[in-house]
Design a protein around this ligand. Structure first.
Ligand code: SAH
Length: 238
């Protein structure tokens, strides 16, 4: 039913997702209203489907962004530290920055330099203050390794399907923290997983639903397959 949420403006897209029960909370609704998807998707930004953003990847569909934010909401509290692996368009970094407030921090990570540049450009259009204040930081790197410099994280969102749950990301999750990650082979059976770490450090996994995401590329494996050429050099262009 999600295609029915397509609209002509950001406000009506959010209205439709709220009416369809996809946007459930006032907090997620406010964050998505405050983040104009038109700044992040080059064409058809208010259609409820993924859109190409270059570099063979897509900005996820609005209903998937809504779902991820609702799932992460218990940990997207004022002052939280968040990691967005595979930030792509930068859209979710901005939504999550609105949720964690002035004392929070969102690290957006991507392994393609053209996409960290795209995130920065998109956020700068009308949300540049988030970058200037340091509430959002965009970093280039292999998401399989997380971003240890700002760990641990209250919340980790992964926007690409991993062949298995990356151990570094589980390590970098705070006790009491939550991660949302699609897991499964490229083009095969993938599941959106919710991974919770309790206050004692015990980890539990919940299978939320079947999904289809672009792969979380195994950068080091591909770099060595590429006879020593850097994966950044191979993929860092449009
Ligand atoms: N949440 C983003 C999703 C973009 S698509 C959005 O809605 O705009 C998935 C992203 O994962 C792409 O930007 C891709 O470059 C990135 N990605 C794939 N493998 C990665 C890796 N190993 N490390 C970091 N980012 C990766």
């Amino acid at each position: 039913m999600s295609w029915r949420c397509s609209a002509e403006s950001n406000a009506s897209l959010i209205d439709n997702m709220r009416d369809a029960g996809l946007v459930k909370s006032a907090a997620v609704e406010a964050a998505m209203r405050a983040t104009d998807r038109g700044n992040y998707a080059p064409s058809g930004p208010y259609e409820d489907r993924p859109q190409r953003i270059g570099f063979s990847v897509t900005i996820s569909a609005p209903h998937m962004h809504a779902h991820a934010l609702e799932q992460l909401l218990p940990c997207l509290v004022e002052g939280a530290t968040v990691l967005d692996v595979g930030c792509g368009s930068g859209y979710l970094c901005t939504c999550m920055a609105h949720l964690v407030g002035e004392s929070g921090r969102v690290i957006g990570n991507d392994y393609v330099e053209g996409l960290t540049d795209l995130s920065t450009t998109n956020i700068s259009k009308t949300d540049g203050a988030l970058l200037e204040s340091g509430r959002v930081q965009i970093v280039l790197g292999d998401g399989w390794q997380g971003h240890a410099a700002c760990a641990p994280y209250d919340c980790i969102h992964v926007g690409a399907a991993a062949a298995r749950v990356p151990a570094a990301l589980v390590d970098q999750l705070k006790p009491g923290g939550r991660m949302i990650i699609p897991v499964g082979p490229q083009g095969g059976s993938q599941h959106l997983m919710r991974i919770d770490k309790d206050d004692g450090g015990n980890v539990t996994e919940h299978n939320l639903m079947g999904v289809r995401y672009v792969p979380l590329v195994e950068v080091s494996a591909n770099a060595s397959a590429g006879a020593g050429r850097s994966i950044f050099g191979l993929l860092g262009r449009k």
